[in-house]
Design a protein around this ligand. Sequence first.
Ligand code: HEC
Ligand SMILES: [Cu+2]
Length: 347
Amino acid sequence: MRKNDLQDANPMTNRLSAMKPGVLARGMHCIVPAWFLCGCGGVQSVLDPRGPQAGAIASIAWVMFLGAAAVLLLVTALALYAFYGPRSRERRSNDNAWILAGGIALPVLTLSALLAYGVHSMASMREAAPSDERIEIIAHRWWWEVQYFDENGLVAVTANEVRIPVATPVAVDLRSRDVIHSFWVPNLAGKMDAIPGRTNRLILHASAPGLFRGQCAEYCGAQHARMGLHVIAQTPAAHAEWLASQREPARMPSDEIAVRGQRLFGNHCAACHTVRGNGAAQRSGPDLTHLASRRFIAGGTLENNRANLLNFITESQSLKAGSGMPSFAHLEQDALHAIVQYLGGLQ
Ligand code: HEC
Ligand SMILES: [Cu+2]
């Protein structure tokens, strides 16, 4: 496993590993204060909600945390009083009253209040979404297939990148092709499992435009850690424009090298990939029709640029060992360049 690849794509790992090991170890010895964790805010953090669903979850977390802290303080104060308080027999109060009040009434009241609050907040998370537009996400080991539907059916297919219009609740139906995965974009919503043979619905709702990282949250095999994704929330106008361009078939290659790349792609790659309009229509790997319009490849772990594309095609089995993408190190350099030239043109 090459450490640097992960660090490049995940600023959180970057920040953690940038700290000296001693600092991290010392941090673990004391109880890590909540604000220390907030320091990791922003990228993939539940403490930095960017939509109503994630906001409700963050509020529940804070209320539970403060409630638990208040109970801890009360119990600690009582324990200190018992140890160090006045000892005279006369001041001893009625033991049974203490047990009834502190052991039964108090927990029943506080826990019921927290439960009622939690159930109420959960209900507010089940927002209704417009039914004619939805997204279907199919989890694969170890990448995410993303299908966009409108009222007439399937519109476009992408991978590892989910685009949604801002300020609109979007229904996401989750399925799995192989084992149980879990879809989690902490800044926007809670976790939802993707289970083979089942469809689970989740609502994604971002209140402002942005790029939000997500991660498979259920251990699903060797490359589970490299099964990331990004959600891009954009203005409704930009979203409509983007969707219209994704709807189109792939661009035909214009220069000679890319034409050669297309032919090589047909020989070596079309058995697993779709490039709509160019003949390739297999689905065991990501749809590459508009590959060049995506920000990341390989489960959100590598930025999408020519160097990384070339690297991934030749070394996929060392970058993402065990994945369904074979390494193509045996191809000639100019053949690889032609393929990358072709892929780079798939806007
Ligand atoms: C045996 C099936 C198979 C063949 C053949 C294959 N691929 Fe793949 N490819 C995959 C799978 C599966 C993935 C997803 C890997 C992952 O991220 O876990 C993938 C991922 C990719 C990606 C990254 C896409 C993304 O959005 O993350 C690119 C680019 C790619 N393949 C290009 C190629 C090229 C070019 C060839 C031919 C030289 C090729 N593939 C041949 C199965 C295949
Ligand atoms: Cu997974």
